[in-house]
Ligand binder design. Structure first.
Ligand code: HEM
Length: 488
């Protein structure tokens, strides 16, 4: 096993900073004076008087109040002076960037790059993204002020946009779901990172470029040259995803009414039909409990032999299971004890999490199971929606970082094969994810199999999540940043 030098890797990649660092600011910048920008990058690998240090994956001696990380776009690498011959060895999708690849990932119509906010559809305005993670708003603002003062002094960068996000209580995201539960589990220098999980451990090469195994046996990613720029770096498909919470809540209400009209006898008395619909769209109840082991306790037992006994009880119309660490320890059962969920009666095949990660369910591209893990680091922006107030006119959404070693084989493949199009199973092919898919009222549909041949089909919904900005970034190692700093 190759030993990973944690001091070389940025700190937000293999693991997140946790709910403590709930205040986030992304500063998207352009390189104004390349020489000054390179000097800043160099100083940030160590931290000097005026330049704060980038946070690495090295264990902390003392918990810092803020963390700082950076990603650089293809136009940014060029602006910093990386040789064209080196840039040409980066994969085409990274060089084309989020603007060039918009169509592929469903950024069409209202979500097209020309409609993105703050000029983010212009790759020349988007060279790098500095991200501050902080314990408090004050600490975040203070570090941002420090960075911007230094950039003004040296002329290194000018700020294209400032994006603030803050974690909501219980790791919830807008639409009301609990998030940040499922992440690929890595074994790093003998230590297993992450919560209990029925899936295979992901190789470090699923995230970092280098001499590491990837998720594809016998496949190695092409490493950009020279290796100093590439090793221990990864890609980030960063997206600003605006959520139509009002429209989504109305759709849940309307679908719950349809359910009760068509199948008045079907609901468990303690389950709220609105929560039932929300759970079916996501694959998890909004409290985070996965459908795949909680539809009914008996099914859970059959699906997962050996799962600890214990009564299911209901809170706020949703089932609650004890151990939080268990929330990711499931699979889509495939002929376990004469029971499987091939038909999606527990978790619909088209549910967001089953699309995003079909785990070991029988998909068309059978060899793709477990090959497209994506590390997700997102933070909501905008105030929490209060259904009692109704439409408050506020903008809200997710500042999402989707990290991987290969944008085309992992992130984009998930987006265009599975989230949109549904190529994993003929029964959902031609449909898109309800939560984030590029849906249109005329063509959308979502099927909720209810068992014994009964199906609830939802139609006529539009797009609930719009892209208002995106950028493909490379998150370099400390070695790579020093290499970049030596360019001229
Ligand atoms: C506003 C946008 C989005 C919202 C509200 C959202 C919400 C969620 C929630 C609540 C979960 C379940 C919690 C968990 O398993 O950790 C989840 C899981 C996931 N999402 Fe999203 N998501 C969004 C965008 C995306 C995008 C753009 C992708 C594309 C790569 C994506 C891919 C995934 C994956 C892969 C999982 C984990 C599935 C699993 O391993 O079981 N999501 N998302």
């Amino acid at each position: 096993m190759t030993r990973l030098d944690l001091a070389d890797v940025q700190g937000n990649l293999l693991r997140g900073y946790g709910t403590g660092k709930r205040y986030v600011r992304h500063l998207i910048v352009t390189v104004k004076r390349a020489r000054a920008a390179r000097a800043f990058l160099h100083d940030a690998t160590v931290g000097t008087g005026a330049v704060p240090a980038i946070t690495t994956a090295e264990p902390w001696a003392e918990r810092p109040a803020t963390c700082l990380n950076v990603g650089i776009s293809a136009t940014g690498l060029q602006a910093l002076g990386l040789a064209s011959a080196s840039l040409a060895t980066f994969p085409a999708e990274f060089r084309e960037g989020a603007v060039g690849r918009a169509l592929k990932v469903g950024d069409v119509e209202q979500s097209e790059p020309r409609n993105w906010r703050d000029g983010l559809g212009d790759p020349d305005k988007v060279h790098a993204m500095w991200t501050i993670f902080a314990d408090t708003e004050e600490a975040r603002d203070a570090l941002a002020a420090e960075l911007e003062a230094e950039w003004r002094r040296s002329g290194a960068f000018s700020v294209t946009t400032r994006l603030d996000g803050a974690g909501l209580d219980e790791d919830r995201v807008h639409f009301g779901y609990r998030d940040s539960i499922s992440q690929p589990r890595f074994e790093v220098n003998g230590e297993l990172i992450g919560r209990a999980d029925a899936q295979p451990v992901a190789p470090v090469g699923a995230l970092l470029l280098g001499p590491y195994e990837t998720t594809f046996p016998d496949v190695a990613w092409r490493i950009p040259e020279p290796s100093a720029i590439a090793i221990n770096g990864c890609y980030n498909a960063f997206r600003i995803l605006e959520q139509d919470v009002v429209g989504f809540e109305e759709f849940l209400q309307q679908s719950a009414r349809q359910l009760l009209d068509e199948y008045p006898e079907i609901m468990h008395p303690e389950v709220d039909p609105v929560e039932f619909i929300a759970a079916k769209l996501m694959g998890r109840w909004r409290n985070g409990v996965p459908l795949s082991f909680a539809r009914e306790h008996t099914l859970m037992q059959r699906a997962r032999p050996g799962h600890p006994e214990g009564p299911v009880h209901y809170v706020d119309g949703m089932p609650v299971l004890g151990d939080l660490d268990d929330l990711n320890d499931f699979d889509y059962p495939d002929e376990v004890d004469n029971f499987d969920d091939f038909d999606g009666t527990m978790c619909p095949i088209g549910a967001h999490i089953r699309r995003g990660n079909p785990r070991s369910s029988r998909i068309v591209q059978r060899s793709a199971n477990h090959t497209r893990p994506i590390v997700r680091r997102g933070v909501p922006y905008g105030p929490k929606y209060d259904p009692a107030t109704g439409d408050d006119g506020e903008r809200r959404g997710l500042l999402g970082s989707f990290l991987c070693a290969d944008l085309a084989a992992q992130y984009e493949a998930v987006m265009y094969d599975w989230i949109n199009l549904g190529l994993q199973d003929p029964r959902v092919t031609g449909t898109n994810d309800v939560i984030i898919g590029a849906n249109h009222e005329r063509t959308s549909s979502f099927e909720i199999p209810l068992g014994e041949g009964r199906t609830l089909t939802l139609r006529g919904f539009g797009r609930f999540t719009h892209t208002v900005g995106a950028v493909y970034l490379f998150c370099p190692s400390m070695t790579a940043l020093r290499y970049l700093a030596r360019q001229s």
